[in-house]
Design a protein around this ligand. Structure first.
Ligand code: IPE
Ligand code: IPE
Ligand code: MG
Length: 256
């Protein structure tokens, strides 16, 4: 694997990379369903894990691009609660990739002032992976730039049920009244508490479904589906998505 070269200054790259996005409004929060690694590999006669490795490289570039563009929140669907149904070897490789990504990229992310957070239950991950993840969380905890959220062993229905349980517990204990449960209280019970809902959700690889990702949070998110497999998704595809986002009219149920 190619180690990092010199890290470009944020201002230099921002000037260069914003070229195609003049007069465009950059969304605050982009969420991505990074799909199609397996199909990308299969089309090339490679094992699925080769697709995951290429997917990790694509992810690294998209993180850099989002940081350069001044995106405030980036949420990446990395492993779903349903992905445990896959063969053990594939799952083990995915954890190794998490280790590899954090080991190689953490210093650049620290330098970029990126703050890493996790959605999902990491206690079910292998111990070594948990340690790597926890280290990344600690090393970036006080950073104030791009908030990079990895949905890792994340499922939206599980998140919602856990939120319901925590609210029911408060009601049972008497610290919350039934009438006080509103959208704000409920949002606060979710793993995404304090984070604005995604403005733009991108899914690669042609499938047009949500696959248990941020079901509550995407009520008014703009959905954008592309045919490219995730390993093929480059900075220019991200810019295309932002252009498409700018052409949309968000009404939130109101009138123009
Ligand atoms: C997305 O690519 C990565 C994960 C779900 C971990 P896939 O592995 O789902 O690739 P396809 O959809 O089988 O092509
Ligand atoms: C969604 O992709 C999960 C991630 C990208 C991590 P899947 O490949 O698991 O979704 P389905 O099975 O096609 O719906
Ligand atoms: Mg898939």
């Amino acid at each position: 694997m190619r180690p990092f070269g010199r890290i470009r200054k944020r201002e230099d790259s921002a000037n260069k990379d914003n070229r195609n996005l003049i007069n465009q409004q950059v969304p605050d929060h982009i969420a991505i369903i990074m799909d199609g690694n397996g199909r990308w590999a299969k089309a090339r006669g490679l094992p699925r894990i080769a697709g995951h490795h290429s997917g990790m490289l694509a992810m690294r570039d998209v993180v850099r691009a989002c940081d350069d563009l001044g995106i405030k929140y980036l949420t990446l669907y990395s492993f779903s609660t349903e992905n445990w149904k896959r063969p053990r070897q594939e799952i083990e490789y995915l954890w190794r990739l998490v280790d590899e990504f954090f080991a190689l990229d953490i210093l650049e992310l620290v330098e970029r002032n990126v703050r890493i957070t996790i959605l999902g239950d990491t206690t079910e991950l292998p111990n070594a992976t948990q340690a790597t993840v926890n280290r990344a969380l600690q090393m970036t905890a006080s950073n104030t730039g791009l908030r990079l959220q990895f949905a890792l062993n994340y499922g939206s229905r599980k998140e919602i049920l856990e939120g319901v349980q925590s609210i029911a517990r408060m009601v049972a204990e008497g610290s919350l009244r039934l009438e006080e449960i509103n959208e704000e209280v409920f949002s606060h019970s979710l793993a995404t508490k304090g984070i604005p809902d995604p403005d733009l959700l991108i899914r690669t690889s042609g499938d047009q479904r949500i696959s248990n990702f941020l079901l509550w949070q995407i009520a008014y998110t703009e959905l954008y589906f592309v045919e490219e497999m995730w390993p093929e998704f480059k900075r220019r595809h991200l810019e295309d998505a932002i252009h498409a986002y700018n052409a949309r009219e968000r009404r939130f149920g109101g009138l123009k």
